[in-house]
Ligand binder design. Structure first.
Ligand code: RNT
Ligand code: ZN
Length: 418
């Protein structure tokens, strides 16, 4: 798109927003400060590079679009490509099953150490990306229906040790990057059919978490992620929303809200203000559930807008970490990264452009019509001109121009992967 057109459109939008008391330059500056935590697992369908084993743990990436990353070099190249098309600076959210064993030789998950992520830390530093981290309880021979909640002491201990080591790795990442790495704990533990031991498994999980979290660290933060069900684990999930909300509130830990992990009409946005009154921060896994926890690519929709508006209305940009978590294997995977990241940023920008002062004044005065009218008008204000300006400023393609870049990368790189 022509630069002078973008600049002209921005000037007009700036004036239009100023008329309702919104400073577009300030919104751009705030958006610039938001770092998304990009999930490393979109480009290889959550496979990781430990072994060629199947994906387990009740999650599934559907589709077989050609070109998925087959090793760490390819994954890194794909992430570099994706981030070159996403405005701003972002973080990378690594999973424990993406360890690099090329220098050290392979070890089992209860033996992982920071050195197994050395090459990732070096790569991240070179690329100006900070890291976050996730323990991996799935896709492993010891990954039974129950892991941290297992009544089998050897299985439970194995996963306790794994998760402790993941915290130590996150601590090292955080120390090196001078900014805490966030360690997310999601386990699939649950039961396909009716269980008569709900309490026992939850008590085991509580005990495991207490053991795991005993060691205090300064350069990492812990968060726990609930869900409703997994595939093949439909009747019971040990780490439910109630379980982790209570655990986090009591232990001053962070809750991860995955937008696919709730009942279909539940508002994830509505949870932010409640959590932030009782827990230090919130981690998000932004995704797009379609009929179930399907992990479709995030787009601009009511749910994502509702979520980003709540973050801004709670004045909580510095307490909410925005991670992405979708994995679509049916379309170009790098394109999926770019669509979902840019959509999340576009939703945030719309949130930052709300005339909150006026809206709140209306509300205080009991002016319900005026509040609804202004909310409605905001939907068609020229936020897209501000977005184009953001892309221009960040030297990334404006509008649909990135489609061609992804097609070119597909032609030259990913289509050549057998
Ligand atoms: C699964 C959870 C979890 C995973 C990643 C790969 O339902 O959302 O966050 O997607 O650990
Ligand atoms: Zn998630």
């Amino acid at each position: 798109m022509k630069q002078d057109l973008i600049l002209k459109a921005y000037e007009i939008a700036k004036e239009r927003y100023a008329a309702i008391g919104v400073d577009t330059d300030a919104a751009l500056e705030k958006l610039q400060g938001v770092q998304l935590s990009l999930h490393c697992w979109q480009a290889d369908d959550v496979g990781g590079f430990e072994s060629a084993g199947e994906l387990t743990g009740g999650i599934q990436a559907t589709g077989n679009y050609p070109g998925k990353a087959r090793n760490i070099e390819e994954l890194q190249a794909d992430i570099e490509m994706a981030t070159s098309l996403i405005p701003g600076k972002h973080r990378l959210n690594l999973h424990a099953n993406y360890a690099d064993f090329r220098q050290t030789g392979p070890v089992d998950r209860d033996q992982l150490e920071p050195k197994h992520f050395e090459s990732w830390m070096e790569w991240a530093e070179k690329n100006g990306m900070k890291l976050d981290f996730n323990s991996t309880s799935f896709s492993h021979p010891k990954s039974e229906d129950l892991t941290l909640s297992s009544p089998k002491e050897d299985i439970r201990q194995f996963w306790v040790e794994h998760t402790k080591r993941c915290r130590a790795i996150a601590e090292e990442m955080g120390r090196r990057q001078g900014d805490p790495a966030i360690l997310n704990i999601w386990i699939h533990d649950g039961s396909k059919d009716i269980t008569v031991n709900r309490m026992a498994y939850r008590a085991n999980l509580k005990r495991s978490l207490d053991e795991i979290l005993e060691q205090k660290y300064d350069n990492m933060k812990d968060c726990v992620e609930s869900k409703v069900f997994g595939i093949g684990l439909e009747s019971y999930t040990v780490g439910s929303n109630d379980f982790y909300t209570a655990y986090a509130a009591k232990n001053n830990k962070i809750v991860t809200l995955d937008t696919g992990h709730f009942h279909p009409t539940e508002s994830i946005g509505d949870k932010i203000s409640s959590l932030l009154l009782f827990t230090p921060e919130v981690m998000l896994h932004v995704s797009r559930p379609v009929r179930w926890d399907s992990d479709h690519v995030t787009i601009i929709n009511d749910e994502t807008l509702d979520l980003t508006k709540e973050i801004v209305r709670c004045d909580a940009l510095d307490r909410v970490h925005i991670g992405l978590d979708y994995f679509d294997a049916s379309i170009n995977r790098i394109g999926a990264y770019v669509i979902g990241s840019r959509a999340t940023q576009k939703c945030l920008l719309q949130a930052l452009l709300e005339p909150l002062t006026t809206l709140r004044q209306y509300e205080a005065e009991g002016k319900g019509f005026e509040r609804l009218a202004l909310l409605e008008e905001c939907k068609s204000l020229p936020w897209n001109a501000v977005w184009d300006m953001f892309c221009l400023k960040n030297n990334v393609p404006v509008g649909e121009d990135y489609i061609a870049d992804i097609q070119k990368y597909e032609q030259e790189v990913t289509s050549k992967r057998a």
